[in-house]
Design a protein around this ligand. Structure first.
Ligand SMILES: Cc1cc2nc3c(=O)[nH]c(=O)nc-3n(C[C@H](O)[C@H](O)[C@H](O)COP(=O)(O)OP(=O)(O)OC[C@H]3O[C@@H](n4cnc5c(N)ncnc54)[C@H](O)[C@@H]3O)c2cc1C
Length: 336
């Protein structure tokens, strides 16, 4: 029987975020002799209380101001100490940027193995993930222990249960190699933040928004205003085709809030949202790969023969996206 360690980092407000609750659900879906919870953060008591009824037999905490931030040295040291003290054969963690950065190194220190981007686990202890840019799904298991498994956010129903008291054992972490310290945060202004992984809808903008329209002119400022208005009203997440984000490199008029982080597709991301709406977008990659995990897909395109929108969208509206989105924004405003 396996001994499972659920590793979770605590948010700034002391709580556990959704990806951590999903990883807990993943850990609980496996047959195990014991489940140990290992928490990392400035203070971990509130987080332990939040999941206190999850059935863990032991609670371990790597606690202190030095664990407030994502930093390889401190996160790796904390995870290593938690894994050693727990004696876990399986370590389950959310595939957050924080854990993704350090757990491969921790697996190496413990002579274990690590798998990232795991999208499913079954009780017989096989894991599944996608290969070749999300085109093939593979199922596998490993004999080597400890086995570190990072589960992709959005793949498990988050654990839910009543809060309850949990007695956390503080463990000591050796921080001999800490050399990096935080100077400042630099982040886009909040109203420019267009990537929202938890949004109901992914809105994919294509290069058509910047192309000459029926009047022979481009209308980039109008396109930007329409898209931002739509995003603010619907709180959708913004994806983009590669062509659209690449335009800035070619010195053409661009949508100022788009970066390569918005790019979906083979060389971009494959986000998970219940619904997707593409507008002014022709490409194969955004429609085939970028939308791989979107459940319900619709597209707006002037071209009824746009093969990818036609072939991969559940519904294709053959219409001018400028007119459609302006009308949708108007209806959303009326509904507010
Ligand atoms: C190795 C490689 C990797 C790649 N990886 C990616 C990737 O990860 N992601 C990606 O996106 N691409 C990728 N590409 C590029 C991809 O093949 C396409 O070239 C690109 O996606 C096309 O972008 P687009 O659809 O925005 O633009 P376009 O092909 O220019 O299409 C614009 C569309 O807008 C429509 N349109 C114009 N005006 C309107 C209007 N008013 N209303 C409605 N519709 C309108 C037009 O009918 C047209 O269909 C990759 C290419 C290569 C070679």
């Amino acid at each position: 029987m396996e001994k499972i360690l659920l590793l979770a980092h605590v948010e700034a407000d002391g709580s556990l975020a959704k990806p951590a609750l999903e990883a807990l659900a993943a850990a609980k879906s496996l047959q195990a002799e014991t489940l140990v919870v290992g928490l990392v953060g400035t203070q971990v008591e509130a987080a332990a209380h939040q999941i206190g009824s999850c059935g863990a037999s032991r609670w371990l905490g790597a606690e202190g101001a030095e664990f407030a931030l994502s930093r390889y040295a401190t996160d790796a040291a904390a995870a290593e100490a938690l894994a050693r003290v727990s004696g876990a054969t399986l370590v389950i963690a959310a595939g957050t940027s924080r854990w993704s950065r350090c757990l491969a190194g921790v697996a190496q220190r413990l002579n274990g193995r690590v798998d990232t981007h795991v999208t499913g686990l079954n009780a017989a202890l096989s894991a599944s993930r996608w290969f070749y840019r999300q085109r093939m799904e593979g199922q596998f298991t490993r004999a080597q222990r400890p086995w570190f498994i990072l589960v992709d956010p959005g793949c498990f129903q988050p654990w839910s249960g009543p809060a309850a008291d949990a007695a956390v054992e503080a463990i000591s972490v050796s921080l001999a190699s800490q050399r990096t310290s935080l100077v400042e945060f630099r982040a886009p202004r909040a109203d420019e933040q267009t990537i929202r992984p938890d949004a109901e809808l992914l809105f994919v903008a294509g290069a058509g928004w910047t192309k000459k329209q029926a009047d022979g002119q481009t209308h980039v400022p109008q396109a930007a205003a329409l898209i931002l208005d739509f995003l603010r009203k619907t709180q959708s997440s913004l994806g983009s085709s590669k062509s659209l984000v690449d335009l800035s490199g070619e010195g053409q008029a661009v949508l100022p809030f788009l970066t390569h982080l918005n790019q979906v597709g083979q060389t971009g991301s494959t986000p998970r949202h219940p619904k997707g709406l593409a507008a002014c977008c022709h490409g194969e990659e955004p429609h085939v790969v970028g939308w791989r995990f979107i459940n319900e897909r619709r597209a707006v395109n002037l071209d009824p023969n746009c093969g990818w929108a036609h072939g991969k969208a559940d519904v294709l509206y053959v219409a001018d996206a400028f007119e459609v989105i302006a009308k949708v924004n108007e209806l959303l405003l009326a509904a507010e």
